[in-house]
Design a protein around this ligand. Structure first.
Ligand SMILES: Cc1cc2nc3c(=O)[nH]c(=O)nc-3n(C[C@H](O)[C@H](O)[C@H](O)COP(=O)(O)O)c2cc1C
Length: 290
């Protein structure tokens, strides 16, 4: 099931699934299993929870509850509960049981509880997933589920709920489809492009052979943050204020020292102030919404 859900997550170009399994628990404190499993995906570590952007956990249904290894794993995550590291991260749950009324919903609910304590945002499968109305075995609005039967039947994707479909339900907020039209972002971009044109205009304004190099030297730093700004990277907006300060100093120094470049100096100073202020407020906005 995890592999199938991973396929659904991966179908979103902005998401990458990382699948982990858990070792069994033992009644004594000795290490009973190798640190790395012989086959399959690596064991999960508590730090994986902090590293991931979203979490989907699954467990076979054991007496209407999650299995002990998962409970044991979750019981070791109190550091993240105390630090609040998982607050606001999207999460989902899935399960597999041997009998149809073997408690699939209660298993799913049992896994939701610790995630809610961590402040995670629980998602299920909405009824827009048409397979939810047609399935005769697994799948619930609380999350994907599989009826394995007494023989542990493998997934039959064609007949019932398409599990890649269920994985797609767990799409993370898609950054690329979010409109890139926040006014502050536009202000930042416009002022940066304005600054760029100002620097390039030096090529025409300054007499002499060095004007080309001077225009180039002052233009190049402005190209560096362009990609980060376009893809809405918080890191870029965080540091762009320093770039704005630099051009503010350039503008002021030209304003007081070079009467021939008054217009250039005035525009550079104004645009750098706008970029500085807009980037501060936009960084704040991105931080609050990340
Ligand atoms: C201790 C234990 C308790 C179980 N309790 C239930 C149960 O209450 N209902 C049920 O349908 N299946 C129950 N099962 C069967 C498992 O849910 C079933 O084997 C599961 O689908 C295995 O998933 P897996 O093939 O992914 O390991 C139980 C199995 C064990 C070992």
């Amino acid at each position: 099931m995890a592999q199938q859900i991973g396929l659904g997550v991966d179908s979103n170009p902005d998401c990458e699934s990382v699948i982990r399994c858990l070792p069994g628990v033992s009644a004594n404190t000795e290490q009973t299993q190798a640190l790395i499993p012989d086959t399959g995906v690596p064991f999960a570590e508590a730090s994986d929870l902090e590293d991931c952007n979203a979490l989907i956990i699954g467990s076979p249904g054991y007496f209407g509850n999650m299995a002990a290894p998962l409970k044991y794993f979750l019981d070791q995550t109190s550091q993240y509960w105390l630090s609040g590291a998982l607050i606001g991260k999207p999460a989902g749950v899935f399960t597999s049981t041997s009998s149809l009324h073997g408690g699939q919903e209660s298993v799913l609910l049992s896994m939701m509880l610790p995630l809610l304590h961590h402040g995670m945002l629980i998602t299920g499968i909405p009824y827009s997933e048409s397979a939810l109305n047609q399935t005769t075995t697994g799948a619930t609005p609380y999350g994907p589920s599989h009826l394995a039967g007494q023989q542990g039947n493998p997934l039959n994707q064609g007949r019932n709920l398409s599990l890649p479909g269920a994985g797609e339900t767990y799409r993370l907020p898609d950054q690329s489809t979010q409109p890139m039209t926040h006014p502050l972002q536009l202000v930042c971009l416009t002022s940066l492009i304005g600054l760029l044109f100002c620097q390039l205009s030096l090529f025409l304004s300054i007499q002499g052979s060095f004007s080309f190099y001077w225009a180039l030297i002052l233009s190049l730093p402005l190209l560096l943050p362009l990609k980060g700004m376009l893809v809405n990277r918080l890191y870029t907006y965080k540091w762009i204020g320093f770039l704005a300060l630099f051009y503010f100093c350039v503008g002021i120094s030209e304003l007081v020292s070079n009467p021939a470049l008054q217009l250039y100096a005035y525009l550079t100073t104004m645009l750098s102030i706008v970029l500085f202020i807009a980037s501060i407020y936009y960084t704040r906005f991105l931080r609050l919404n990340s």
